[in-house]
Ligand binder design. Structure first.
Ligand SMILES: [Zn+2]
Length: 360
């Protein structure tokens, strides 16, 4: 028997208490996932997603700031906002056990086809596609120490201009099926932004400035950004811990041991030979590339009980939150897209870097 559908609440005005209610109490204001359409001077709307991960409240806080500022004046552009996993936010969790990840269940998902959440995200996608979208922003926190950066799934000039409004650090990957950005990027400029750790006012202000800048944009220039404007990285692989293994950070008793300050290596370009972890298990790490191949053997080599990088690479999004590592991943391994190729990559939305076989 199919699971019951998840109800989508669709509103055309702001519930007033939405602007003052923190993520954990949002369930007292909204019954569940909610899509709100607000008018503005220009159409079509900017689309903003918040709380796709329930413990990442920066998008909600930033929207509250922007909407408070415009409380007595019209928005420069119409705004549609989707507030996602309110149920997990009440518990301070990324998602509840038994729920699919709200940023893995959008059209294009493989793992969550037919779930109530897939039905819900498909409905939000279809509603927005029919209304038209100027640009799509998905706003996240992350759990490790990371700079502010955006994630894009294509390299069109419009998408990179949008990303540059937030930060010069841009990560390009398309390998995760069912993300919100991936679902929207084929028909409107789309970025996800990672705004550092939750609960920090400077991160919330950076996200609010980004939403504000996107709301004020009248159109997108169609000339490419100069390559010097961006630090563009490409994901080699997503690194996961073998499910059966115990692991820890600075924990001498774990079967797979990472440094206690592992997350200080985020966005640090590491040389071949850098020690990544210690374990005597034969296959403690999985490293999945964008084609879904496990490339751990090409990325890591074993010297005694040390796992070293077999090639230069830059970790990103390392988290020391054991639950997030189990639910999502340990980190991504990146490499810089050479500056000489950025301009060519931007012209047609594909990449010579990719065509020459960059990456593993
Ligand atoms: Zn997130």
């Amino acid at each position: 028997m199919p699971e019951p559908a998840l109800h989508l609440t669709e509103l055309h005005a702001l519930p007033p208490s939405l602007l003052t209610t923190p993520a954990r109490l949002l369930h007292t204001v909204l019954p569940g996932p909610t899509l709100i359409h607000l008018p503005g001077r220009r159409e079509p709307a900017l689309f903003v997603c918040a709380l796709l991960h329930g413990n990442e409240d920066v998008g909600l806080a930033a929207l509250q700031m922007v909407l408070r500022k415009h409380a007595r004046q019209p928005l420069p552009r119409a705004l549609s906002l989707f507030i996602g996993n309110i149920e997990a936010a009440a518990e301070g969790l990324r998602r509840l056990d038994g729920q699919p990840d709200y940023n893995r269940a959008w059209p294009g998902t493989v793992a969550h086809v037919g779930t109530p959440e897939h039905g819900l995200m498909t409905r939000v996608h279809d509603i927005m596609r029919a209304r038209g979208v100027f640009a799509s922003l998905d706003i996240h926190n992350n759990t490790g120490l990371n700079p502010h950066y955006s994630v894009v799934t294509d390299l069109t000039p419009q998408t990179l201009h949008l990303a540059r409004l937030f930060s010069r650090t841009v990560v390009w990957f398309r390998g995760t099926p069912g993300t919100q950005t991936g679902a929207f990027s084929s028909w409107c400029p789309s970025v996800a932004v990672e705004c550092g750790q939750p609960g920090q006012a400077t991160n919330e202000m950076a996200a609010a400035r980004f939403i504000e800048a996107a709301l004020h944009l009248s159109d997108f220039p169609d000339h490419p950004l100069p390559a010097s404007e961006l630090d563009l990285y490409h994901a080699l692989a997503v690194v996961k811990v073998a499910p059966e293994l115990s692991f820890g950070f600075g924990d001498p008793d774990a079967a797979l041991r990472f440094d206690a300050e592992m997350d200080h290596r985020n966005f640090v370009e590491l040389p071949a030979g850098a020690v990544f972890a210690h374990s005597t298990h034969p296959r403690p790490l999985q490293a999945w590339d964008e084609q879904g191949q496990d490339v751990a053997e090409a990325l890591f080599e074993r010297v005694g009980d040390a796992l070293q990088l077999a090639r230069p690479a830059m970790p990103a999004m390392i988290t020391r939150d054991l639950r997030v590592v189990r639910q999502d991943c340990l980190c991504y391994l990146m490499e810089r897209v050479p500056r000489s190729l950025v301009g060519t990559a931007m012209v047609d939305g594909t990449s010579q870097f990719e065509r020459r076989g960059g990456g593993v």
